[in-house]
Write a new protein. Sequence first.
Length: 87
Amino acid sequence: MRTIWLGALLISSILLVVVLMRRKHSRQWIGYAVLHIVVAAFLLYFVNLAGSYYDFRIPVNMPTVATVLMLGVPGLLMLVGLKFVLF
């Protein structure tokens, strides 16, 4: 049963990508989304690079990247503040 669900997910994902790639506007939207994800990951990486001198790290994982992706620099500052306050 698990194989059937996995196959259905795979086929529907492939069809979704095919439908999205047909329109120019969708390709631009996907490009912007990927660009924002990469920028958010680089911001977290540079914070970790600068914080390595002070033994300060923010993990680069999906929740932290999504926070910086959605909120931008204020989200990054929020994560830094939470790290200082909670840990």
